[in-house]
Design a protein around this ligand. Sequence first.
Ligand code: ATR
Length: 277
Amino acid sequence: MTDTYAVIGNPIAHSKSPEIHAAFARATSHDIVYKRIFCELGQFAETVRAFQAEGGKGLNVTVPFKHEAFEFATRTSERAREAGAVNVLKFGGAARGAEVLGDNTDGVGLTRDITVNLGRELRGKSILLLGAGGASFGVVGPLLDEVPRTMVIANRTLSKAEALAQRFAARYGPCALSACGYDALSGSAFDVVINATSAGLSGGMPALPEAIFAPGALAYDMVYDKATPFMQYAQARGATVADGLGMLVEQAAESFLIWRGVRPATAPVMAALRGAR
Ligand code: ATR
């Protein structure tokens, strides 16, 4: 029987994950079906249980259910526990009560895209992470694993940036990681600036000081389906700009590895997606 997987979220219609996993399946000769599941708010556990009972083997989880997926899992990876969020579920069987593994591949998707696809070292570099919402939680640990020289989490609501930094303070020490509001960034420049805010979705961007990009800086936006004001701002100031398509494809490849034991090549899929735009 063909194994079935899906991506679950709200909204979900524009997810590229079915396309990406279909390409991975073709390239690795794995016989799988990969669907989209729209889930009503407040119905996550019921919807997942129904998919599991039908024999579904695993799910990718997207906005706004990553915290609920973390609660749903019966066993979680260390990186999922650090993030408090899960974007991959793997079912041990169809029965209710069967093990459900929860993992988080978002952060490793981002660091692989930056270090492998974009060829940028993060070791010894200064990183500025913009935002302290859901998109930031999964990426802080994997970014710190790359051993940057400094990392600053900046957010409009300072208390959220502080809470996120505090979550990692024990492991990394307070010197390497700090939190601030956007106005406190004035006078600082960074090698890598990552936009994990949702400001671009409504046509905005965080209020950044003019000189935020160090010479040769990388400006990375986790959004992948449009050019955001942050990307335009960065480009106008001479930074190299990247969108989040590579992160999406890399987190998908890590998910495929968890489910199927094989990590598909990502470059052909990324090229096809960019070509299709
Ligand atoms: P989610 O968890 O779905 O990512 P969220 O928790 O609301 O959503 O986080 C969205 C992030 O984008 C937050 O960091 C938010 O800043 P606040 O914590 O101060 O709300 C940030 N954000 C959204 N719109 C923004 C804007 N116009 N300017 C700056 N930051 C913005």
